[in-house]
Write a new protein. Sequence first.
Lengths: 812, 117
Amino acid sequence: MKYLVFSITLIINVALFYVLGTREILPLPLGSFLNIQEGIWQNAEPVAQDFNENLKLKGIKGAVNVYLDDRLVPHIFSENETDAYFVQGYLHAKNRLWQMEFQTHAAAGRISEIVGEKAITFDRNQRRIGMVYAAENALAAMESDPETKSSLDAYTAGINAYINTVQKSKLPVEYKLLGYVPEQWSNFKSALFTKQMTNTLAGYDRDFEMTTALKLLGEENFQMLYGQLPDSLYPVIPNGTVYNKPLAELLPPETADSLYFKRKDSVTISEDFKPNPENGSNNWAVSGSRTQSGKPILANDPHLGLTLPSIWYEVQIHTPNYNAYGVSFPGLPGVVIGFNDSISFGFTNAGRDVKDYYEIQFKDQQKQQYLFNNQWVSTQRRIEIIKIKNAQSFMDTVAYTVFGPVTYDQSFKNSLAENKAYALKWVAHDSSNILKMWLLLNRARNLSDYVEAIRYFNAPGQNMIFASKSGDIAIQQQATFPLRWKDQGLFVMPGFDSSYMWKGYIPLEDNPRSFNPIEGYVSSANQRPADSTYPYFIPGSYEVYRAITINRRLSSMYGVTVDDMKSLQNDNYNVFAEMARPILLNYVNRAELDNDQKRFVSLIENWNLKNDPDEMAVVCFENWWDSLQTTVFKDELANGQHSLMYPEKFVLLEALRRDTSYKFIDNINTPQREDLNTQVTYALKKASMQLRSLQSEGKLKWSKYKNTTVYHLLKNNALSFARSGLLNGGGKGIVNATQHDHGPSWRMIVEMTTPTNAYGIYPGGQSGNPGSIFYDNFINDWTNGLYFKLFIMDPVDVKAGKFKWKMSINPA
Amino acid sequence: MIKYLAATIISGLLYFALGLFLPWWCSFIAGLLVGILLYQSYLASFLTTFIGVCLISCGYIFTVSVLNDHILANRIALLVLKQDSPALLIAVSGLISAFTAGTAAITGRSFMLFFKK
């Protein structure tokens, strides 16, 4: 009996140990995961947590005090900058360690190490677009500058001071979910972070799609569908500005007609991991001549994927040299969007195309030589080793050409012919020290300091806005942008001929800029920076409509207050619908409509054109217009043999406003000729099926339909860490650019009075811990369009004890 | 009765103390030690250990979770158990330790019988 009992219970013990201790049977090792002393319960932070701390850390030179306010925003008081960056690194790690490491792993193509084989294609793509190569170049530039290097070294040391002292049981819950532990941080990871950001903001291109579209549609149709200059363009630099003539006019190579514009074969690449083209922003600065206080006001709201933990971490850095406040990137030292005691600064994305593909002819499958200027030129081969969780590493050979890495070849896209490949030329690969710009901006005192600081920034192209207490306002579109002949880089270029290479870069002094304009304000909203008289060819992915609303409102505002700026950032007016609604209403055949359809039309007719959360007309309008777009273009663009990308939204609207017998209205698959009335009516009938079902599900209200969601970085794998069902208004093309999971990731308004009067909010919280009350505590106020008054702490406040917790950090 | 109560308390305290130094499988060690050192029937070994470890685990976790307003428990329960039930997550967490400790106690108890003449 005793043997039997012993054997049975021993077997049960061993089985339990195995089942509960590994991920082989259950998806999680529940034994450790739910354990009281090492599992997730250690991440359940008490709501009344005491954040007071006395720390002694190796690597810090002097004493630093961090005062935390009631929103957990740290106010770092340090006697020198390097110690401030050390502490910023420590705080980033303490609050956002998993996010920082995950994002830089993603940048480096190392996600397979964490999640296994399913991420191999993603990782290969990251390596093949040269993310690691780009980060290496950036690191070399950053470390060759003594100030940047010492700042980065201190920041890295601060992060590692946390990693080396944190108990394993206190590691972020995501490490416990995924089953790994953090590695040491390095300056290289910060360089990777800058490239991740560059890819997010300057990694979108349509070269392959455009090449196919041109070949299949012909030049005339192509220009009608994919032209880049909307009639309603309101550029960053106002229409009519006179620009310097370039030194020489650039002409296409003599062979361009046959080899470039009218290539014989088609290109069949589909890119899998494109960044969201909606990554954009609004910013504006109003001069004192238009404000109630007589001092400039600057506003900025960057539109990015909405994530938890947030991309931003709020911080104040106070040193004898400067006092900067704003949001920082966990992964980089300094303040990224913010202000100091003299100036304020912010950014919107330029959206310019700085990424081109060249078709490469390899000599053979070894990829060791390629044809270039009638010679076989050697490639440099880089072996990328992709480690995979629970599997053998994957080795990927990436050939580097005179342009850059060969992203697509037969080994990655097996639809490609044996020796055919596509190499990537991308500004992101260039060596540059963009961190220097932020270190200089953080302590800039005036317009000339701003001009000097932004020269260091090469990518991703940004509209850099500025305002100072001395009364200046400015905006400049800054980066190094390729110098191109007309239409160069819209399509895949021949890679065997050096005459198709970029002709250098547009001189920095020719970048569009506006300093203290007579209008009394500057602004940008991802639109084309300049009108057609700008003397350079500047393709890109541009927004049209937000800029119109912003300029309309700013131009009519006087005696501007912070509240006016809050109202503008939260403006839900739909200027696209204002232009498009008459077309729908004037051309629909009402006699053909049933009662439901008539009701949808009536909702749109009586709509105040605002994308407010409870508005039902928005949903009807959006679905009807999308349906019209499909009705008009599907026959030409998706006909069973090919599927071309749809034109930008402005194309159809402006075409119909110009000409109601627009050639694409007719359905080429039917014998009769359809007119606009037929198609508008048909589009509504089609859309009404969807609208009826939305109505029955109670999702006809805009906020219910849109379902604004702030996802966790693990997206659908951690839905309970997300916040969904948020009742936000706004949308695409609206100043309040809140879409389903994308939108204003930080709203900031800074009035340059003394003391500075600043407001801000982001959809998240300072802690990256889903078990903390500070994880998502800003989201409700963000949804409601509210702001926090930013507490710019000074030594008097310290003495008065105006803080909630204090961390004293001293050298070990 | 007092004997059983003492065994229950000893089990819980031993489990908690070992957890300060050892990983999650300290519940097996605690159970084995209780089975070996405290002479009880199989059933009593299992029950006293199970109850002792369960009470201390669930009690501790419940306290932690209440102080946290169940913020994390809600999120993890949805993620792992697909149910919005912090109570269930607390119970599962406690039962895992308790059951592993209880079965280990029977193993320890039967192991000791090898040395009994």
